[in-house]
Design a protein around this ligand. Structure first.
Ligand code: PLP
Length: 394
């Protein structure tokens, strides 16, 4: 038997991918399964982006590139930050990676020593705690309630900070809750962070463009420019431009930290894929009209899904500010139904009885809730929610 590392034994495979795989298995057995587990837009990558990649391929742009990204893509990222976020960066402050996931992975490995603490508000993107663990760090989870709209308070943040805290992770709009922090909420968190100059901040802006109101997007640096020297901004093209398979994410921050992340990347994946970088440059330079069309569809589905979920006895779903996720509480349903005892058993029940795949909230550090992805058509969503309602209320 092969003895594996403590490192790999300390983590679990991504539960969202596991749900998607389980749904695929059942489908292969001939079952009629609706998968609402996946975390990716259902739209095709826009044509102008695909065409840029095809052209690059035909032009033989198929070799290694610079580890930290092509000069053209890095320039497009610098311009994006300047024009869309009012943030100024030099080329040595930007690192392009194989997806937003690798950006955070690089960050964890470049920053953390054994036992260093990373504050992660729950509900969280499933991968943060595991990536911290891989880097021998210690995830420190702040739990939130639906009543506080799943957002941490300044008091909670202050309470979680210790002399070992290295990093605080903010993700707004959030996967899985869809809620976003307001400028004043970020300012209040920034006032706490100002008191702890050794603590770094990661703001994961992956869902920046998928928002349902017309207010401008804000992150912690817009609220607190004084945190610039210790904030790392994470973003990417995966969700905004429906490019999950192209694997391009990027990070911007202090040159020293970005340089360290680049060193890690140089010894793992080297550069991100050459033709994906050309496609991502086309995405960032091609304007956001294609994104707007997708957001209109997401918003319409969001409004339907939230109302329809609240219409199921015992289910409570708060409206989201963005993303393509709803994160309803099924706690009352679980408490009052003998057929399942917790959200994991409920997920299995819904897969078996309703043929609908949802991800249990405990995967995101919030037992009792379920994540439903509405990155699928209205017809499918209507069918799925009708099935859930029928299975639970029968
Ligand atoms: N950050 C958040 C909050 C996410 O939800 C995801 C994907 O699910 C990512 C980062 C990583 O995206 P990718 O690695 O596909 O670019």
């Amino acid at each position: 038997d092969v003895l594996l590392s403590d490192r790999v034994n300390s983590i679990k495979p991504s539960p969202t991918l596991a749900v998607t795989n389980r749904a695929a298995e059942l489908r292969a057995e001939g079952k009629d399964i609706i998968g609402l587990g996946a975390g990716e837009p259902d739209f095709d990558t826009p044509d102008h982006i695909k065409n840029a990649a095809i052209e690059a391929l035909n032009n033989g742009f198929t070799k290694y590139t610079a580890v930290d990204g092509t000069p053209g893509l890095k320039k497009a990222i610098i311009n994006k930050f300047q024009n869309e976020n009012g943030l100024s960066y030099q080329a040595n402050q930007i690192l392009v990676s194989c997806g937003g996931k690798q950006s955070f992975f690089n960050l964890s490995l470049a920053l953390l020593n054994e036992g260093d603490e990373v504050i992660i508000p729950a509900p969280y993107w499933v991968s943060y705690p595991d990536m911290v663990l891989v880097a021998d760090g210690k995830p420190v989870i702040i739990t939130t309630t639906q009543e506080q709209r799943f957002k941490i308070t300044p008091e909670q943040l202050e309470e979680a900070i210790t002399p070992r805290t290295r990093l605080v992770v903010l993700n707004s709009p959030s996967n899985p809750t869809g809620v976003a922090y307001s400028l004043s909420e970020l300012k209040a968190l920034g006032e706490v962070l100002a008191k702890y100059p050794d603590v770094l901040i990661a703001t994961d802006d992956m869902y920046e463009h998928i928002r349902f109101n017309d207010e401008p997007f804000v992150n912690i640096l817009n609220a607190c420019p004084n945190l610039y020297d210790r904030t790392i901004v994470l973003n990417g093209v995966s969700k905004a431009f429906s490019m999950t398979g192209w694997r391009i994410g990027y990070a911007a921050g202090p040159a020293k930290l970005i340089g360290a992340m680049k060193k890690i990347q140089s010894q793992s994946t080297s550069n991100p894929t050459s033709i994906s970088q050309v496609a991502s440059q086309a995405a960032l330079e091609g304007g956001n009209d294609c994104v707007k069309d997708m957001v209109i569809a997401f918003k319409e589905r969001h409004n339907y899904v939230v109302a329809a979920l609240n219409d199921i006895k015992g289910v409570e779903c708060i409206p989201a500010d963005g993303t393509f996720y709803a994160f309803p509480s099924f706690q009352h349903v679980i408490d009052n139904d003998d057929r399942f005892n917790n959200d994991i058993e409920l997920a299995e029940f819904l897969l078996g009885e309703a043929g609908v795949a949802l991800v249990p909230g405990s995967a995101f550090g919030a037992a009792g809730n379920m994540r439903l992805s509405f990155a699928t058509s209205m017809d499918v969503l209507k069918d799925a929610i009708a099935r859930i309602k029928k299975a639970l209320e029968s």
